[in-house]
Design a protein around this ligand. Sequence first.
Ligand SMILES: [Zn+2]
Length: 319
Amino acid sequence: MRTLVATVCALLAAHAASLTAQQPTERPAWCAKLPRPAYASLPRVSVPSDWFEVYRVDPDVYAIYEPRQWQEVISYLIVGRERALLFDTGMGMADIRAVVSALTDRPVVVLNSHSHYDHVGGNHAFTRVLSLDLPYTREHARGSPHTEVAGEVAPGALCGALPAGFDTATYRVRPWHITGIVHDGSRIDLGGRSLEVLHAPGHAPDAIALRDEAHGLLFTGDTFYEGPIYVFSPGADFGAYTRSVERLAALAPAPRKLLTAHNVAESDPHFLAVLRDAVRKVASGAARGTRDSTLVTYEFDGFSIQLPVQKAPTGPRNR
Ligand SMILES: [Zn+2]
């Protein structure tokens, strides 16, 4: 999640409280990236929603994308013969369960890539939610009050209309219940499709990747996406992140597609090796970082890695 800018948005929201109930009058700068060209080549699936866009990214695999909110978060529905798994539930700003119901009639279980609020917003609407057994996740399952997430619905965070009936003044992430535990290496059988849980801490302590080896798919959550990758939120750990990235980059057979949790749904698998090399360069102090008061940003081709200033390796060439 984009915590720092969210904080800025929260401040903006406080300044412009009277504006938050209206649609934004000026398009924020980030809207210029929309629509992202990558989606033009994906088949779009019609769903009963004025908020989500759904794309078929592989047979029986759907990306459920929220393009008009600046997180541009992407949840995935993976459908097997007997069951379906929803990997993340988005911002909780519109009814993702209705979208899922339109895509499958199989029983649905939720599993989150991690428990940051932008990935668990719709969890409350489902009766089965799997999770790692971690205090961090249990804490996050208590939800996020309006004061923590108000910035996510401030004018600068939105690009176009909100869902019909949405109330920015009361938006919050509702609490949810963990109903089943998974571990690193757990396999989830959907009927004709088996998913493997890979604990991948770093971005967050409870971050996981989800592997569908037979179909060559790797759902990376926030461990990789094409954009600024945050390794600075509370609970983030760059040492753990490097180990997680090394592990994902060493998977054999290598995945055919990376399905990521922000911005662009489908990324080329070559990014795993590029990310591994990038992380090694950062860890060794060889990468050139750009420093502001709180963060060091390391730019690479197609993504960046952001660390807190006090935890960034002190390479002599860091600016
Ligand atoms: Zn996150």
